[in-house]
Design a protein. Structure first.
Lengths: 225, 50, 228
């Protein structure tokens, strides 16, 4: 299928570019570390309910780091007018979106996989037992977040106030993803099974599906010249 | 504040804001209409010259 | 396009409806059995909330029409409705807060309705700010339309997720105006809803007209520049 091939080309291109200079990834990683430091110092160590805060803090770290990465996902294309070249590829523009989305999800998950052990270290948590369910939530939440994030990143790519407009537009729309991800993470970290969290996982799945479709369909309007 | 005060505050704020917005629209309408009158008068002069 | 006199007539009708609604809210409707007179705020809070969400629906539909047909009128309608909708949303939040203090003792609560309204407000502001940063009319209309469409689809999802979140963390204790409302109250409420909808429509018509006239003025200015 020509569409899948476009997606594949885009993903490998982005991955190769990133592997070569690791710019975005490194920035994201160190940003995450800084955030975790801030979390530690902004919370009173005598606080008793840190365990209750953990799911929220984890996802805040994911979200702020993700905004950084997503915001840059179309910057590289802009620099060399690559976007025009991409648009010349025959076929559905939505495939460009999918290619970008898969790349973004991969980057975010890679950073999240490194944030998790740091988080466990800084907050003295045991995440091993719940690792697989945690990863499931991370994938579902990241996917939904990145779906809207990729769309809006393209939307705000050329604007003067991109750095401010992108988070401003993105955050209110991803509230359902945050709610679902944080609650599900809380259930899992509290010893619950995937079954107990299944309601929230279904919400995340539904959200992911709806916004995947909406973003795929509307992407061509974002990039039209 | 007594309870009556709360209701009055809410109504005053809301109706006041709506009234202010209405005034704002009215003044914008007048200014754009004035601008158009000036512009179309100019147009008339322009075509007259040709 | 609605004629000028028709629009002004609409405005007068709206004003009359608001006045009648006020009278009914304070003198015709009975005081609430439980909450007393404070509950009368409902007769302005519910209408502004209704308009806030209805205006966003108008933004949604006109944004769809714009992407499909590329009519500048559709974009003007979306912009106007967003501006007025943002105003009504802000007022809804203020009224809701003022209602909350004497009724439940708190200025703010994270219940599903108020939270979704707050998020709606931020989406509106984002939409308007996005517009203010783009100069080219076509690009501005297109990108704004996308935000309007995606934003609108998101609102009911947000409402449901907050509702679910709330049932998990707090039993639903706040019930506002259930269907067990006496007829006089219901009638007053519906009349006020209608009145403020008329106000919204009047503002909408005028605001769209201002944008159209602005567009004509800009074209004339551009033509003049060419001539001169």
């Amino acid at each position: 299928m020509a569409g899948l091939r476009t997606v594949y080309i885009l993903v490998t291109k982005d991955l190769l570019v990133e592997l070569r200079n690791r710019e975005t990834f490194t920035v994201m990683l160190f940003f995450a570390v800084v955030i975790l430091f801030l979390f530690h110092f902004s919370l009173n160590p005598e606080r008793e309910n840190t365990t209750q805060l953990v799911p929220g803090l984890l996802w805040l770290a994911f979200v702020f780091t993700g905004v950084l990465g997503l915001g840059r996902s179309f910057q590289a294309e802009q620099a060399n007018d690559c976007l025009e070249q991409l648009l010349l590829i025959p076929g559905d523009r939505g495939n460009i979106f999918l290619g970008k989305l898969v790349g973004n999800v991969a980057f975010m998950l890679a950073v999240e996989l490194l944030i998790l052990p740091l988080f466990a270290l800084f907050f003295q948590l045991n995440l091993w037992d719940a690792l697989l369910p945690l990863l499931l939530v991370a994938v579902l939440g990241t996917f939904g977040f990145a779906a809207i994030g990729t769309l809006f990143s393209a939307l705000t790519a050329n604007l003067r106030a991109r750095e401010v407009l992108f988070p401003l537009l993105l955050f209110p729309l991803v509230v359902p993803v945050i709610i679902g991800s944080v609650t599900a993470t809380g259930i899992i970290l509290g010893g619950g099974t995937v079954g107990e969290a299944s309601g929230w996982l279904k919400l995340l799945g539904a959200f992911d599906t709806i916004f995947l479709v909406v973003a795929y369909l509307t992407f061509e309007f974002v990039v039209e010249q | 504040m007594t309870n009556v005060g709360y209701i009055i505050a809410a109504y005053v704020i809301t109706l006041g804001a709506l009234a202010l917005y209405g005034l704002h629209l009215w003044s914008r309408m007048r200014s754009v209409e004035r601008q158009l009158t000036v512009l179309t008068a100019d147009e008339g002069r322009h075509y007259g010259r040709q | 396009m609605i004629g000028r006199h028709l629009a002004n007539g609409l405005g007068i009708l709206a004003l009359l409806a608001v006045l009648v609604g006020l009278y009914m809210a304070f003198f015709y409707a009975p005081a609430d059995a439980l909450m007393g007179d404070v509950q009368r705020i409902m007769y302005i809070h519910v209408p502004t909330a209704w308009v806030a969400f209805f205006a966003f629906f108008v933004v949604f539909v006109s944004s769809l029409v714009y992407l499909w047909k590329r009519l500048p009128e559709a974009d003007r309608l979306a912009y106007a409705s967003a501006e007025i909708g943002a105003l009504f949303t802000g007022l809804t939040l203020i009224d809701g807060s003022i209602w909350g203090k004497p009724t439940w003792g708190i200025w703010w609560t994270w219940d599903a309705r108020l939270t979704t309204t707050a998020i709606l407000f931020v989406i509106y502001v984002g939409y308007l700010m996005l517009r203010s940063f783009i100069e080219e009319p076509d690009r501005r209309a297109r990108l704004a339309a996308l935000v309007g469409i995606v934003g609108f689809i998101d609102v009911p999802i947000t409402y449901m997720s907050v509702l679910w979140f709330r049932t998990l963390h707090q039993p639903p204790s706040i019930q506002r105006g259930g269907s067990s409302m006496p007829d006089t109250m219901l009638f007053t409420l519906l009349l006020n809803v209608g009145a403020y909808t008329l106000v919204y429509l009047f503002f909408l018509v005028k605001r769209v007209r201002i944008e159209s006239l602005n567009a004509i003025a800009e074209t004339l200015v551009a033509e003049k520049a060419v001539h001169d």
